[in-house]
Structures are given as C-alpha cells and as structure tokens.
Write a protein that binds this ligand. Structure first.
Ligand code: GLA
Length: 382
C-alpha cells in the first residue's frame, strides 16, 4: 500500500474521517558543512524522501498523534510544560510550543504520520518532521507565519527540546526546497539563490555507512563552542567579526597562541569551507564539475582532519572514491557517521558502487546502503 493510503486508513480508524495531507523532505548538502551556525554559506536541496502527515483540527486543546513507523500513539495538551517521553513526539510538541511562543496560532489536532528518510543517515529526518508540522499547523490554523520563521520554529525545536544547537540549514532546505534546484543560503543575511542542478553525465549518490554515534549531539555542540571561542578571540582585534565566517584567515593566525589548538583547527576548516561554497557555485555555473568535485574532496579532508567529524568507515569510502576516479566525495551533514555524498561520472557509477559495497562489507562486516539523490520539493500541502 502506498504511504498516503496507509496514513489515511490509520487516520480513519483512529479518528473516523480523512485528514488533510502535508509533506516535507529530508535534505542533501552539496557543500558548506558546519558553516551555517558560523554565519557562512550552505548549498543544500530537499530530496525525494521525507515525512507525510494527515492532520485535522479537533476543537480541543490536545494533540493526538500516531506514528506509523514506531507504531505508537501519544497524546499531549498544548499547555503542558513537559515534553512527551517518546522522542518523535517531542519534535511535534516542540513545534507547537515554538509556534505559540512566536504568537502563532495552534489549536488541538489529530495526526497520523509516516516517513521514508533513513534515520541517522545525516539526511535530516528530524528537520523533515519539524518542517511538516510547522508548515501544516501554520496552514490549518491560518497563522500567517512566513517561511523563514517556520524554518526557525524547527531549529528552535532542536535547540530547546532535543539538545542540538544546530544551524538553520536543514530546516531551511526542507521548507524552501524546490524540485531540481539547490539553494545557496547566506546564513548571516538569510539571502538565498536557487541554482538549477542537473549535472549532465554525472550522478549524485549517497553511500550510507550505517554508523550512528551515540554522542553525536554533544560532539556537535562542542564544535560549535570551539568556533564561537575562536570568533570571540578574533573579535578582540577585529570588532567587525560577528560570526567566524566574517574572519580572514590571517586574522585567525593572529590569535593562534591565545586559543586551544583544537579551536584553531576547527576555525581553519570553517574559514576555508565558506570560500569553497562560493567556488563551487561559480564552477557549477560554468559547468565545471571537476572543480566542484575537487572542492568536495577538500571539504572531506577538512572535516576529517581539522574538524574531526568523520570516522573510519567514512574515510574508507572517501579513499575508495578517489581510487575509482569518482569526481567528488565527502562526508555529508553533521558527521560522526551517516553518509558520503559522491559526484560520479555515469560510466563509472556501476563499477564504483559495486566496489564500494563489496569492499566496505569485507572490511566492516556490514553492507552500506546506496541512495540515488533526486532533488525535490520541500514543505507542501498535498
Ligand atoms: C546538522 C545541523 C545543521 C548543520 C549540519 C552541518 O545537519 O542540523 O544545522 O550544522 O549538521 O553542516
């Protein structure tokens, strides 16, 4: 049965009618990693895997929610202070609370939802969930909240209910995503530009290491703190530095002895990465995929050796990509496991994927998963 029918069938069983259908998407990011919370550029797009939800206002002050994937029912009141115990429900709870905090309208509603974003693969299943509900609640209760605020509702849900001090990239991509287009976002000014992405002769493919790191969110918050520390040191000499992305590389060198070496390395990566996004966008406009790919390898090096968010499995996949002449390859998303994103010439694709599956399994004892990327629409009413 299709996901849509499954959801409506369950909705009818639980609530006696059909719900209105909404959806949002997971995301990829071509380049610009860990730059968002540093006020730099990112270059994501929404993908054809996401969350779908049936929703109907229920004229109470309660949310009654059922997750098909977890086969679990949760009820919470809109005025309750404590989040539900189930983590999937705390995202919905967070979105309601954050909408209310901003003066938005939220009434009670019934919902059934399901998803097909692989969990823990770095494709932002959580942003897809937050964006689906932020968008749907605003639609149903006619809240009049603009799209950036909807993305920020998802981001604050992560900060305040999930313990991850994330940037705006994931929620931005899953709200603003458009079919066939990547979006370059300046995370400081929030200016953005759509770039058609249709690399003729190449495929974009994700290889999921299926590795999940338990402490990923605390390690993520620690990276952010290092960047803020480096920016604060630079700011003493250059008050115009609001975010780390405003700093010139030589300004970082000036404070090398004043900050821990670890913070220096993190900042070195970020300053390089902000420039790489601009270089990749220029190269894309020229159809120069070799440069795009080379930048992806540079990003991988930085994420692995300077930012230290890669792992043995991802480094292995990256090395293998080089060996098989893959144009570009790097760890994608927050890191500490998840996927590599690979730009592969059509004629090399089969050979590379077969080799990656076989050699990865031989080394690590489990097969990686492979997802072809299709750039798709973000949050919408179906
Ligand atoms: C996670 C966060 C994003 C971003 C990326 C790294 O996906 O949610 O805000 O920082 O990591 O680029």
């Amino acid at each position: 049965m299709e996901m849509k029918e499954k959801i409506q069938e369950k909705f009818r069983t639980l609530f006696g009618q059909d719900g209105d259908l909404f959806a949002s998407a997971g995301r990829i990011n071509l380049i610009g990693e860990h730059t968002d919370y540093n006020g730099g550029y990112v270059f994501p797009g929404a993908i054809d895997k996401g969350i779908m939800a049936a929703i109907k206002a229920n004229d109470t002050d309660k949310v009654r929610a059922f997750s098909i994937d977890y086969d679990e029912y949760v009820e919470f009141g809109l005025n309750e202070e404590d989040k539900p115990a189930q983590s999937w429900a705390s995202y919905i709870f967070g979105v309601c609370r954050e909408t209310l905090k901003r003066g938005g309208k939220v009434g009670g509603f019934d919902t059934v939802f399901a998803g097909d974003v692989p969990l823990g693969a770095g494709l932002s299943s959580s942003a897809a969930l937050e964006s689906t509900f932020a968008f749907a609640i605003n639609y149903i209760f006619a809240g009049g909240i603009d799209k950036f605020e909807l993305a920020k509702i998802g981001q604050s849900t992560e900060h305040n209910y999930c313990g991850v001090k994330c940037g705006i990239m994931d929620q931005f991509a899953s709200i603003f995503g458009q079919k066939g287009k990547l979006i370059r976002l300046n995370c400081k000014t929030l200016e953005y530009k759509y770039f058609p992405f249709n690399p003729e002769g190449y495929k974009l493919v994700l290889i999921d290491s299926c590795v999940k790191h338990e402490l990923a969110s605390s390690a993520y918050n620690k990276r952010r703190a290092s960047c803020e520390n480096a920016a604060a040191a630079i700011r003493k000499n250059h008050p115009e530095v609001e975010f780390l992305s405003d700093a010139k590389r030589v300004w970082l060198d000036e404070v090398r002895d004043e900050i821990p070496e670890e913070d220096f390395l993190r900042a070195e990566y970020v300053i390089g990465e902000v420039q790489r996004v601009l270089d990749v966008c220029d190269a894309l406009e020229r159809g120069d995929y070799e440069t795009v790919g080379e930048m992806m390898y540079q990003t991988h090096f930085g994420l692995s050796k300077l930012y230290e968010v890669s792992c043995e499995e991802l480094d292995f996949l990256n090395k293998l990509a080089r060996k098989y002449d893959v144009t570009g390859s790097r760890v994608m998303g927050g890191g500490f496991g998840g996927c590599t994103i690979n730009l592969v010439k059509d004629e090399l694709y089969d050979k590379f994927i077969a080799a990656a599956k076989e050699q990865f399994e031989a080394k690590f004892g489990h097969a990686p998963k492979v997802y072809d990327v299709v750039i798709s629409d973000g949050a919408r009413r179906l």
